[in-house]
Design a binder for this molecule. Structure first.
Ligand code: MLT
Length: 393
């Protein structure tokens, strides 16, 4: 007789998508040490942190080395200065948030996984294709999962029309990872109305909001009625290049009540019990990234990545390869040429052109036959990848 384990893990794919890709690339580079591989797979930034952030971090490090300004445990839900910086960021979209509604964390991935703690055995509605953490974290909890097909016909923006009216936890990622599709206000309003009518909860992932071009909502809380049905999760990973620095935030409005319980209080209780706060130095970095000066610098970095996206888009145009994204999102979502399947195209690009991308099928069954390239590479690497595609595809 042995201890019992969480059998739900048996239902997961063997490896997490990006670990799987990393393993394949490692095997390839070990077998072909003379080949120069260009990585346009995982959405990992390459530009250094902006000067305003670095300055704030240096200052915070000095404070930690001084008896008078040293800090121990951080408040579990964030220092007031970091929460205020997030609140100010949202004020630009006329969204008003209370100090107790913003929870500072170490990133959107952890919060996406952890938020499942506060929910019972609900049915989950997940767009397909989408960021794989929503699916995997719910499989780990043994949840029933239904899918919302996102495809070329619906512009990769599934809508509630035709969805059976009952209560769900609904995941929405806009701008979408991996397709780059963005919901407009009217479309999001339909989801908010659906959620309020069915007493569902929307988990809105806005990790790519800083890439939005044009009149699209950056936050679900720009939509009337959302405070009674939505939680928003965001991160500075893509906004400020914090993939290795780690700071995010989750917003749980006070009005969000399920089965008579305020979710804000539950999330606070969860975080206070299981999380000891993001480090002081990182929260000062986050505050600096969201300051007027820091954010301008971050937007310059985003503009650089979007020029990379344009280079990739241009070569796909030349080749007559169908794609979308790359405008309000750092990702280009393309149709694999010659009817290839996603993993087939992955192997082809790696073996023939030494370019790494992400197979669309890794984001869901509807992603089969598609492929994602990231614009987060360096300019040199992106240009070289584009040249290889121009000559070799
Ligand atoms: C991605 O490449 O989709 C993401 O950057 C991975 C992540 O955020 O975990």
């Amino acid at each position: 007789m042995s201890i019992l384990v969480n059998d739900n893990y048996q239902n997961l794919a063997q490896n997490y998508l990006f670990s799987n890709i990393a393993k394949k690339v490692k095997a390839y580079t070990e077998a072909n040490p003379d080949k120069k591989v260009i990585r346009l797979g995982i959405g990992d930034v390459t530009l250094p942190l902006v000067p305003t952030v670095i300055e704030a971090m240096h200052k915070a490090v000095d404070e930690m080395g001084n008896q008078a300004t040293f800090r121990g445990y951080a408040p579990e839900c964030g220092y007031d200065f970091a929460i205020e910086a997030v609140i100010k960021h949202y004020a630009a979209w006329n969204v008003e948030l209370g100090m107790n509604e913003v929870f500072i964390s170490d990133g959107a991935k952890s919060d996406c996984g952890n938020i499942t703690d506060i929910f019972g055995d609900n049915e989950i509605l997940i767009p397909d294709p989408v960021y794989p953490v929503y699916l995997d974290s719910n499989i780990m909890n043994g949840r029933r999962i239904s899918y919302l097909a996102a495809n070329q016909e619906n512009g990769f923006l599934p809508m509630p029309e035709g969805v059976e009216k009952k209560s769900y936890i609904i995941y929405i990622c806009s701008p979408n990872n991996p397709t780059g599709a963005v919901y407009n206000k009217e479309q999001l309003k339909e989801w908010v109305d659906f959620a309020n009518e069915t007493q569902s909860v929307i988990i809105f992932d806005s990790a790519y909001e800083a890439f939005i071009k044009g009149d699209y909502p950056h936050s679900i809380f720009e939509i009337e009625g959302s405070r009674t049905c939505a939680i928003e999760i965001c991160s500075l990973s893509k906004t400020a290049g914090f993939t290795g620095t780690r700071m995010g935030y989750t917003i749980v409005p006070e009005q969000l009540v399920c089965s008579g319980t305020q979710l804000n209080k539950m999330w606070n209780r969860r975080q206070c019990t299981k999380f000891n706060g993001t480090s002081y130095i990182i929260q000062r970095a986050g505050e600096a990234a969201l300051s007027e000066k820091g954010f301008k610098e971050c937007l310059d970095n985003i503009a650089y990545y979007m020029e990379n996206a344009k280079l990739i888009a241009d070569v796909l145009d030349e080749k007559g390869i169908w794609y979308t994204g790359g405008i309000s999102s750092p990702y280009i979502w393309l149709k694999c040429p010659n009817g290839m399947k996603s993993w087939e195209f992955f192997d082809y690009l790696l073996n023939e052109l030494q370019i790494v991308g992400t197979p669309g099928a890794g984001f869901g069954s509807q992603g089969e036959g598609y492929f994602r390239l990231t614009s987060f590479g360096s300019r040199e690497a992106t240009q070289e990848a584009v040249e290889r595609i121009r000559k070799g595809l």
